[in-house]
Design a binder for this molecule. Structure first.
Ligand code: SAH
Ligand code: CA
Length: 219
């Protein structure tokens, strides 16, 4: 057997066919987002479902999201939280998060969402000064890549011991392993990945799923 299957279009369609549990609302959010110029920032339907499943598996109650866009990952998370669960959602775009909140309202999960508009580096600092250190079970980070190192340090403080974090796009379409790529995002992600290797504050796994995800558990 192979240790890593080669993905092609027909295998991707197959996975979608046998696993995707869609809903009209999720589909509508994907379609509304597809009309936007930056639509490709949205997590895939499968990855959204993965996030929801992970939130369930962890039994997470208090979660954090950095990088909301039009809310696909947020909606998947909020739908998976228990009725008394809360997700603090950080983004600086009122336009995009308006879309996100509109769908959360329609899904009946808006009461679980604490939306914080502004630069997420500041928002995480504010959460820390509000005494939220050690209070989050799970964090999904998917905002600007040059700030990942900053987000990491704040998120690590905000998570409880045993809490889980997931950083998206850490393989950056493969550019992290391409020496010719020297743009700021690629360099930041390369540095982020390199620094995690010997970071003894976490248990670590880099998932070669989607665009690469760093899965880390706070010790
Ligand atoms: N998880 C989303 C996609 C996030 S796209 C989904 O499933 O659709 C990245 C988001 O990060 C954008 O909405 C952008 O506004 C936000 N962002 C980028 N830099 C930011 C910053 N410094 N502070 C807050 N939000 C930021
Ligand atoms: Ca992403």
């Amino acid at each position: 057997m192979l240790t890593q299957v080669d993905l092609n279009d027909s295998l991707c369609s197959y996975v979608r066919e046998v696993s995707l549990r869609d809903s009209p609302l999720l589909r509508e959010l994907r379609e509304e987002t597809a009309a936007l110029p930056l639509a490709t920032m949205q997590v895939s339907a499968e990855q959204g479902q993965f996030l929801g499943t992970l939130v369930r598996a962890l039994g997470a109650r208090n979660t954090l999201e950095v990088g909301v866009f039009t809310g696909y990952s947020l909606l998947c998370t909020a739908l998976s939280l228990p009725p008394d669960g809360r997700v603090v959602a950080c983004d600086r775009s009122p336009e995009w998060t308006d879309v996100a909140m509109r769908y959360c309202v329609r899904a009946g999960v808006a009461g679980k969402v604490d939306l914080r508009l502004g630069d997420a580096r500041e928002t995480l600092g504010t959460l820390r000064s509000e005494g939220r250190d050690g209070t989050f079970d799970f964090a999904f980070v998917d905002a600007d890549k040059v700030s990942y190192e900053d987000y990491y340090e704040s998120v690590l403080a905000l998570l409880r011991p045993g809490g889980t974090m997931l950083f998206d796009n850490v393989l950056w379409s493969g550019l992290v392993a391409d020496d010719a790529a020297t743009d700021p995002d690629t360099r930041a992600l390369r540095e982020f990945n390199a620094r995690r290797r010997h970071d003894d504050r976490i248990d670590l796994s880099v998932l070669t799923y989607a665009d690469g995800l760093t899965l880390a558990v706070k010790r």
